[in-house]
Design a protein around this ligand. Structure first.
Ligand code: ZN
Length: 186
């Protein structure tokens, strides 16, 4: 069962800090495979393990036709900021201009435990930052201006998916402040 259910905003796993991977074993490789297949099926440009309910520091991306994954990443961000439209698979249909560093260097490991470095600009830099945030329980709405965040929260409360989650008893009360780019969400 490689394609997993994508957790939506309101699920506590999305605002929980993920823990580092310790064992680079078959289970981890299965997780990377599940993330990749779920991301491609959505389709999305990136997916982090907490989004499928797994609290480990792992994410995948699919940017410019290149598939990648990173374990236990550490990001170094450039100073220049880009504004651009961003979405998230955990917030269906929600898109807002979100400030991100134009350049990002991510250091981490592949699923075999080998160290890798990924240098991203523009969209890849945005995806790396968005996914890395997921590992810290930070969501893209947390990166918006106060005004946009307010408007995003209103849109979420009025959305069909969010109300369906509540109907299904899956969404706890949301505190207002829990702390795609190009047509695709991440
Ligand atoms: Zn996301």
């Amino acid at each position: 069962m490689p394609i997993q259910e994508i957790r939506l905003f309101g699920d506590p796993v999305l605002i929980t800090k993920a823990v580092p991977v310790v064992d680079f074993d078959k289970e981890l490789r299965n997780l990377v495979a599940d993330l990749t297949e779920t991301m491609l099926d959505a389709p999305g440009a990136g997916l982090a393990a907490p989004q499928i309910g797994v609290g480990l520091r792992v994410f995948t991306w699919h940017v410019d036709d290149v598939l990648g994954h990173l374990i236990n990443p550490v990001l170094t961000l450039g100073e220049e900021i880009q504004e651009g439209e961003e979405g998230c698979l955990s917030f269906p249909e929600l898109r807002y201009d979100t400030p991100r560093s134009l350049n990002a260097v991510a250091r981490g490991f592949n699923m075999f435990g080998e160290p890798i470095v990924v240098e991203g600009t523009e969209f890849l830099a945005r995806a790396l930052q968005h996914e890395n945030d997921h590992l810290d329980g930070i969501l893209f709405i947390d990166r918006l201006s106060a005004l946009d965040r307010k408007s995003a929260m209103k849109e979420i409360r009025e959305s069909e998916w969010f109300n369906l989650e509540i109907e299904n008893g899956r969404t706890p009360t949301i505190k207002d402040s829990p702390h795609g780019m190009f047509g695709r969400n991440i």
